[in-house]
Write a protein that binds this ligand. Structure first.
Ligand code: AHM
Ligand code: MG
Length: 360
């Protein structure tokens, strides 16, 4: 529940969160996590901005390959550590999973050097620097975060032995593999001409812009509503010939101005999900990374890319689908699972869903 303050542009994120906590005492702990997210976003924004200076220690590659076979850039590793520490020291986190961590990290064990609060605990999933391959060319990048409730049964006893430990670890892993419908909050930070923090706590989508003079995020886009129909497509169109036929046909119609709305679509693709979704939220459109013949599940990861971004888009009145099912309803089986994603303006995404249904 929000009151007038939360709709008033110019209020700071801190003020917004304390207002939310006052009106909804049961999510007070969640607002503590957002304090950490806010600080991490500011710090990452500074790192990205300075990363191309010749004196920067964040230039180039780390020399490691992550579990998904991708070269890790120094910035991927630094931003992952930064976010991890920021979230961990809130004492509100039981477990976290990241694009840059092979397996979920349990934070609830008593020996982790962090005082864990007795109150509510959460699971955080994140991609610390999505689109990091773009950074060297000064192209926008972003951080994506999802927050789930933590199952109290998941805590690895530091004194456990063999089988007990693996059982507890399995429980913690299951705790991380929750469908998007269980998300209690999601956010992204976009590092671009401005730094933006867009969030949902499950009741609308709210956008904040960093005022660098104040060092504060201020509410610039209260209760974002994505236009119901649009004329923008945002896909890597080099993959078109490999897409499913229903999607190929729908996009071909849109380009010819022969879709349901009769509008002739234009194309905008940054190749940075956060930037592409942000534009889609504000201007309308359809952003997608669909499955194709080569990669049936596309490229984007369900847990820390597909699900949190779908939550934000749905809370702004949009839709998000694989073509065949709602992204939010898919239960991940593995942490780094990929998922086809088509999200954005309600009427246009519905047209894709209808085309898939008709082809069944
Ligand atoms: P990353 O997590 O390795 O940075 O990759 C994810 C990015 C997304 O931001 C973007 O939508 C997509 O990869 C672009 O992929 P492509 O270059 O194949 O179009
Ligand atoms: Mg990513």
């Amino acid at each position: 529940v929000f009151d007038e303050v939360c709709e008033t542009t110019g209020v700071t994120l801190k003020r917004f969160m304390s207002e939310v906590a006052m009106l909804n005492p049961d999510i007070t702990e969640l607002t503590v996590l957002f304090g950490a997210i806010e600080t991490a976003c500011k710090a990452i924004s500074n790192l990205v901005k300075r990363s191309q200076l010749p004196s920067s220690e964040t230039l180039g590659y780390q020399g490691e390959v992550n579990v998904q076979g991708e070269d890790q850039k120094k910035l991927d590793v630094i931003t992952n550590d930064l976010l991890k520490r920021a979230l961990r020291f809130t004492g509100r986190l039981g477990v976290l999973a990241s694009e840059e961590e092979d397996v979920p990290v349990d934070l609830s064990g008593a020996n982790k050097g962090v005082l864990i609060d007795e109150g509510e605990r959460y699971v955080a999933v994140f991609d610390p620097l999505d689109g990091s391959s773009n950074v060297d060319a000064g192209i926008p990048t972003g951080t994506i975060i999802g927050i789930y409730e933590h199952d109290e049964n998941c805590a690895i006893d530091p004194n456990c032995v063999d089988e007990d430990c693996s059982e507890q670890e399995a429980q913690c892993l299951a705790n991380t593999l929750q469908p998007g419908t269980n998300l209690v909050a999601a956010a992204y930070c976009l590092y671009s001409s401005s730094t933006f923090l867009v969030l949902t706590l499950g009741s609308g989508t709210y956008g904040f812009t960093l005022d660098e003079n104040l060092g504060e995020f201020v509410l610039s886009h209260p209760d974002i509503k994505i236009p119901e129909e649009s004329s923008i497509i945002s896909f890597n169109e080099a993959n078109t010939p490999n897409w499913d036929t229903p999607l190929q046909e729908t996009v071909a119609k849109w380009k010819a101005g022969k879709g349901k709305s009769g509008k002739k679509f234009s194309s905008r693709y940054i190749g940075s999900m956060v930037g592409d979704v942000h534009r889609t939220l504000l201007y309308g459109g359809v952003f997608g990374y669909p499955g194709d013949k080569k990669n049936p599940n596309g490229k984007l990861r369900l847990l820390y890319e597909g699900a949190p971004m779908s939550f934000i888009v749905e809370q702004a009145g949009g839709l998000s689908t694989t073509g065949k099912e709602r992204v939010m309803e898919i239960s991940p089986e593995v942490v780094h699972q990929r998922v086809p994603v088509i999200m954005g303006s309600k009427n246009d995404v519905q047209e894709v869903i209808d085309a898939y249904a008709a082809a069944q």
